[in-house]
Design a protein around this ligand. Structure first.
Ligand code: NAP
Length: 247
């Protein structure tokens, strides 16, 4: 197994892409801390499924957009499993609206979770990783950070932001053998995309050369690859998983 004896913290692991990432990391032998914001039963179901497959795993609540939460998550990871080797910054939200009408509050909600959450979790985890001289940080970005979607200015800004943040962090942490990369999905079937109207869905699918939406498992496979020894020489990159949308 690729990740035996590794400990992974996955933010927003209770549903969708985060859930698939937790299951894929556990299948490769990692112990997984499943962070979630509010949906405890879903997070516990992910833990139960992983435990049934073997290994030790746990769910920990916490809003990554709040100061102090990232340190608590990393501390609970180290307390329970003795380490944090892999951080997957997956938690993310959308608060759509045209820029002309977008409130400060909705802008800040997106920045808090999608940008501050990534910064604070990376800071907390890397403080531990530098001592171990090994680490993998993977942040879930989006093609929206490169292409721009009308009605999603805050989301696009945050996702472009995590790519720049990751390039800087990759250079800072490289001397300690810690890699930092972004996986940027396109149109993936999850709750986040579940309530799109049929017309928008059709328009999005028309832009995908492979002709279908991606699955959370297809994003998780890219994350697992970047966490393994085989990706030790890859850092500061954005790996796009979009069925060719940006090609
Ligand atoms: P989702 O189905 O809406 O799930 C979101 C997850 O994030 C849930 O586990 C949720 O926890 C958690 N979460 C939200 N805010 C949080 C916070 N402040 N603190 C901690 N956890 C929080 O979303 P998804 O579609 O799987 O998206 C996952 C990531 O992929 C996001 O970063 C998203 O931007 C990105 N992405 C998605 C797509 C797509 O097409 N779906 C495309 C590109 C990028 P609770 O269950 O407790 O609410």
């Amino acid at each position: 197994m690729l990740l035996e004896n590794r400990v992974a913290l996955v933010t927003g692991g209770s549903r969708g892409i985060g859930r698939a990432i937790c299951l894929a990391l556990a299948a490769q032998g990692a112990s997984v801390v499943v962070n979630y914001r509010s949906r405890e039963p879903e997070a516990q179901a992910v833990v139960d499924q992983m435990v049934a497959g073997g290994g030790r795993h746990v769910a920990v609540s916490g809003d990554v957009g709040q100061p102090g939460v990232a340190s608590e998550l990393v501390e609970s990871c180290v307390r329970r499993f003795g380490s944090v080797d892999i951080l997957v910054n997956n938690a993310g939200i959308t608060r759509d609206g045209l820029v002309l009408r977008l409130s400060d509050e909705r802008w800040r909600e997106v920045m808090d979770t999608n940008l501050y959450g990534v910064f604070s979790c990376t800071r907390a985890a890397s403080r531990f990783m530098v001592k171990r001289r090994w680490g993998r940080i993977v942040t879930i970005g989006s093609v929206a950070g490169q292409a721009g979607n009308p009605g999603q200015s805050s989301y696009c800004a945050a996702k472009a932001g995590v790519a720049g943040f990751t390039r800087a962090v990759a250079r800072e942490l490289a001397p300690r053998a810690i890699t930092a990369n972004v996986v940027a999905p396109g149109f993936i079937t999850t709750e986040m995309t579940g309530d799109l109207d049929p017309e928008t869905r059709r328009a999005l699918l028309d832009r995908v050369p492979l002709g279908r939406a991606g699955t959370p498992e297809e994003v998780a496979a890219a994350v697992v690859f970047l966490c393994g020894e085989g990706a030790a020489y890859i850092t500061g990159q954005v790996l796009v998983v979009d069925g060719g949308m940006l090609a």
